[in-house]
Design a protein around this ligand. Structure first.
Ligand SMILES: *Cc1c(COP(=O)(O)O)cnc(C)c1O
Length: 430
């Protein structure tokens, strides 16, 4: 069931990458809970280590259960290959690692998951990398922020927490013009609502922790490669275009062509950084992905109902949901995200910070957690939690102002969700 572009999304989310287990006929993908794999003989072992033959060596690098998930996500995203890893944040490091070197920078959107803003503005400095943040709606500022040391442009398709939607074709054109890859975090949209590669992205990263798994059980991440970037067009990406000393002088781009980035991610990224996804996590995520389209359609439907109700509530100052007809992004959603604007947005209470804190303490059906993309509806006050370490300016730019609450709308009955929000707002503003 591979390379079958004639199948639709609903079919591929169940079948892509999977086949009955050759040893037992097991129809569901087994959890290959094994660290290592017996070599046929010494020649076989040597061929595997030389990357002359594809096969299993050791589960830090590759594992049959994880491989099914990699192929499935790559297929759904329209990529040529994917590397799964231990979390979404690991995926971001794995995406940047082959591209960056000390002194290099990534130009990133101001509208990102709070943890990504911290990872990019603080932690990557320890590798000698840096990030420049700009408003991606200001395309002139974006083009101007890219300099000779820029090795990637990074944004989220539908951004956490505000639900802002990025004009991916416009951003991709700017990255392309500058000769640098565009990396899109597609966590909140999922491949059901958006295929960044179709809009010009080079790489797609996911926190599979969220909608792809969908049930709040395991953390995981994934980097998908479009296979479309010419790593040898200039001398900016020597780890891919030049002999790589970390793999006995192998030239990844010359040797593997469009699969260069994926092979690099396994042979060097996972081998040396070790941010590996375990087969149990891959199993839970495979179970989740089978129903991705059904869940996403319901997330979108419920989010639309809840956002419309909130917009008309007298205690509510504003609602950011891009799926609302009143959203400034309504045209962009219609053009680029025809299946909807996702299930994630923020709303502001007129009564301010204290009322927001009281509100999250008053919900009963919603869960107050630091997660999103669960079947369950979730709520968090970003300014006092996930975006707490940011400056007030960063909070405002990211859509996490002190009087804003973020909701991740689940797939329960919309009427029950609205009733819970109604009583919690009443208690918070009493
Ligand atoms: C959660 C999240 C991440 C980080 O993923 P983890 O799996 O928690 O490491 C990155 N980007 C977005 C948009 C997220 O929602």
């Amino acid at each position: 069931m591979t390379d079958t572009p004639t199948y639709g999304f609903d079919t591929l989310q169940i079948h892509a990458g999977a086949r009955p287990d050759p040893a037992t006929g097991a129809r569901q993908t087994p959890i290959y809970q094994s660290t290592s794999y017996v070599f046929r003989d010494a020649d076989h072992a040597a061929a595997l280590f030389n990357l002359q033959e594809v096969g299993y060596i050791y589960s830090r690098l590759t594992n049959p259960t994880v491989a099914v998930l990699q192929e499935r996500i790559a297929t759904l995203e329209g990529g040529v290959g994917a590397v799964c890893c231990s979390s979404g944040h690991a995926a971001q490091i794995m995406a940047l690692f082959p591209l960056m070197a000390p002194g290099c920078n990534v130009v990133a959107s101001t509208r990102l998951y709070g943890g990504t803003i911290t990872q990019f503005s603080q932690t990557i400095k320890r590798f000698g990398w840096s990030a420049t943040f700009v408003d991606f709606d200001d395309t002139e500022a974006l083009a101007a922020a890219i300099d000779d040391n820029t090795r990637a442009v990074f944004c989220e398709s539908i951004s956490n927490p505000g639900g802002y939607v990025t004009d991916l074709p416009a951003v991709a054109a700017i990255a392309d013009n500058a000769g640098v890859p565009l990396i899109v975090d597609n966590t909140s949209a999922t491949p059901y609502l958006c295929n960044p590669i179709a809009h010009g992205a080079t790489l797609v990263v996911h926190s599979t922790t969220k909608y792809l798994t969908g049930n709040g059980t395991v953390t995981g991440g994934c980097v998908v490669d479009s296979g479309k970037f010419d790593w040898s067009a200039n001398d900016k990406f020597p780890s891919l275009s030049q002999p790589e000393p970390a793999y006995h002088g192998l030239k990844f781009h010359e040797t593997f062509g469009p699969l260069a980035f994926t092979f690099h991610g396994i042979a060097i990224g996972l081998r040396d950084l070790g941010m590996t996804m375990n087969p149990q996590a891959a199993h839970y995520t495979l179970m989740g992905i089978e129903t991705l389209s059904l869940r996403m359609a319901r997330h979108v439907e419920n989010a639309g109902k809840v956002a419309a109700w909130l917009e008309n509530h007298p205690a509510v100052e504003s609602v950011t949901y891009a799926g609302l007809p009143s959203s400034p992004y309504a045209d962009r959603v219609a053009a680029l995200y025809p299946r909807g604007a996702g299930g994630l947005f923020t709303f502001a209470l007129k009564a301010g910070y204290e009322a927001c804190v009281k509100f999250v303490d008053s919900v009963e059906l919603f869960s107050h957690v630091a997660n999103l993309g669960d079947t369950r509806s979730l709520v968090i006050h970003s300014a006092s939690t996930t975006h707490r370490q940011l400056t007030p300016e960063q909070q405002a730019a990211a859509g996490a102002a002190p009087n804003m609450v973020r909701v991740s709308i689940g797939i329960e009955d919309a009427d029950d969700l609205i009733r819970d929000l109604d009583q919690a707002i009443a208690r918070a503003t009493a």
